[in-house]
Design a protein around this ligand. Structure first.
Ligand SMILES: *Cc1c(COP(=O)(O)O)cnc(C)c1O
Length: 580
């Protein structure tokens, strides 16, 4: 034994017995997961405890639509930041309890009374897959640190490529931080392709990103953060009835850019806007892009991106036989299924698509997937030299071209597991089932003279409607408010009523009010579902249609709940009117 070894030996004796750090370290043995198969794995027992606590968070079967017992927001915002890390080490049990307590009052996304937005309850296999990723921490920046887990991302590319009618072998995909991340990836792809030296020299040319007035506001995030600048967005008019991009206007814009030699970075087709479920005409956009190409001497070819984060899953109906109707959907919803499937088939003409599994994919956050048709082009275009400390142990090493460095496998595993579990028919059944609920809801709305559905022509998963005072024929009143400027005062008054009903219902949900022996639903409203017909140019901020909103995303929702929701809406209306 040399001197160093002797000292070490002596030190470790002391430390093992007495040193403060070593005591803590010994405690930590019970605060980290076992690395081997141990009957008393601290992780397993901690998860067991947390699972029991989760059961406590859930209400009784007929309980309110939030978790736990206390619906209040209990944060003291004036003092919340007066906190430091504790001096001493805590106990795992206590911190787990405190963590569970944070969930008190959170909306319960799987509750049959929850129908506020495109927020699904995640399915069990996707949750388990995501949790496994948290336990074992694969890192899909490269093969060595993710080993066989990176198959989830590669197979996702194959399954989604097939779904979109692309060659799956050439399809690539990257799970990223949201539909906004997908939008940002597309801007980067487009700029790298069109402004050929922008990766080295920076973005020095005002290339244009073209999307419709209905496109998601994340257009601002992406163009801003990519350094292109928000002023380089050009917005295309939309049709007042379908809300889809107007190809005549797009042609004017593209022709103008072409004549002035202004490069177009990309055209974005939104496939399913959040509320109106509008789909832009991808094939028509492709034809126009071919007709007015960028000047090939100076610029690369413009990209066609589909922001399909909301609408992508309708593509699952491409395999559906609408004639034999094997899943026996009712005949009232078949035209909607056909319309959505047809709109989605346009994706075959896109270069890249954004997919959110945490929206219409019933998976946990964040499981967004940026999918591109030509993996070779994308991956070479964005390639960087590899890292000195990471060796390629697999042919798949996305760190060479991704925005992120460390890449959690959570999203990949959640999306992949959901596709494996649902399959085509699972997606068809869950989406068609929502339309069945909605069909019922729309019939309930039609059965009351004082309510009117304002998006009856949409085929999406959301129903928007207005409720008027008793004695008013909603259908007629709404038609006048929508079309006749002399009804603007009444429009504004009834917009205020709509908002007041929405707010009242929100308070009832939070207060745990009951109606007919049942808790009230958690619904929502929009203060700008659409412009009136005389405000097409969007110049009058008052000539907007407000609407109450029901988004019945989860599988626990039933037709009876839809009827109850409308009973509550009418009661809330009565109370609002009586308070005047
Ligand atoms: C939600 C949404 C986004 C943003 O997606 P996140 O996953 O919330 O980041 C982008 N586009 C559309 C059409 C959306 O509905």
């Amino acid at each position: 034994m040399n001197t160093y070894e002797k000292n070490w030996d002596a030190n470790s004796k002391i430390s093992n017995d007495a040193a403060g750090w070593a005591k803590y370290r010994k405690d930590m043995l019970s605060a980290f997961p076992a690395y081997y198969n141990e009957s008393s794995d601290p992780l397993v027992s901690a998860i067991n405890k947390a699972v029991k606590a989760v059961d406590h968070l859930r209400p009784e079967a007929e309980g309110p639509a939030y978790l736990g017992k206390n619906p209040e927001l209990t944060i003291d915002f004036d003092h919340v930041k007066h906190i430091s890390m504790p001096e001493k080490m805590g106990s795992t049990d206590k911190v787990i309890q405190e963590t569970v307590a944070l969930f008190e009052g959170l909306p319960n996304w799987g509750h049959p009374l929850t129908m506020c937005n495109v927020i699904p309850q995640a399915n069990t296999v996707s949750i388990v897959a995501a949790v496994l990723s948290e336990i074992f921490a694969p890192n899909i920046l490269e093969g060595e640190y993710s080993w066989n887990v990176h198959r989830a991302e590669l197979e996702s590319a194959g399954m989604l490529g097939n779904l979109f009618g692309w060659n799956p072998e050439n399809t690539g995909c990257l799970y990223t931080y949201g539909g906004s991340g997908c939008w940002t990836y597309h801007v980067k792809y487009a700029l790298s392709r069109v402004l050929r030296d922008s990766r080295q020299k920076g973005v020095r040319t005002d290339a244009k990103v073209i999307c419709s007035h209905q496109a998601h506001y994340t257009m601002l995030n992406s163009t801003d953060w990519m350094g292109l600048g928000m002023d380089n967005i050009i917005k295309v008019r939309t049709d007042t009835h379908t809300n889809a991009m107007d190809l005549v206007h797009l042609e004017e814009i593209l022709k103008d850019c072409h004549e002035k030699d202004i490069p177009v970075a990309s055209v974005v087709c939104t496939m399913g806007t959040t509320d109106a479920n509008a789909f832009d005409p991808v094939e028509g956009v492709r034809k126009l892009l071919d007709k007015y190409p960028n000047n090939g001497e100076k610029y690369g070819k413009a990209l066609l991106y589909c922001d399909a984060v909301v609408g992508w899953a309708w593509a699952a109906f491409k395999e559906y036989d609408f004639t034999t109707n094997p899943l026996q959907f009712s005949k009232e919803i078949i035209p909607s299924l056909i319309a959505n499937e047809k709109a989605l088939s346009g994706i075959q003409f896109a270069d890249a698509v954004g997919v959110d599994f945490h929206k219409v994919g019933w998976s946990p956050y964040a499981s967004s997937c940026f999918v591109y048709k030509n993996s070779e082009e994308f991956e070479n275009l964005l390639k960087r030299p590899g890292s000195a400390y990471l060796q390629p142990r697999s042919p798949y090493n996305p760190l060479d071209y991704t925005l992120e460095v460390s890449r959690a496998a959570t999203g990949s595993l959640a999306g992949w597991a959901t596709m494996k579990y649902f399959g085509y028919e699972g997606f068809q059944a869950i989406m068609g089932g929502i339309l069945e609920d909605q069909n019922f809801l729309r019939n309930v709305l039609a059965s009351h003279t004082e309510t009117v559905c304002v998006n009856a022509e949409d085929h999406g998963l959301v129903t928007l409607f207005r409720a008027y005072p008793d004695g008013i024929i909603a259908e007629e009143q709404y038609r006048k408010e929508l079309t006749d400027p002399s009804y603007k005062d009444q429009l504004i008054q009834n917009n205020m009523l709509t908002k007041a009903i929405g707010d009242k219902l929100y308070h009832w949900f939070r207060e745990g009010k009951q109606v007919n022996g049942q808790y009230t639903p958690y619904i929502s409203f929009s203060t700008g579902f659409r412009v009136t017909e005389y405000n097409e140019a969007d110049t009058d901020p008052d000539a907007y249609i407000f609407a109450l909103k029901i988004f019945p995303m989860n599988v626990h929702i039933t037709p009876e709940i839809m009827r109850h929701a409308i009973d509550c809406v009418l009661l809330a209306r009565d109370e609002v009117l009586s308070e005047k």
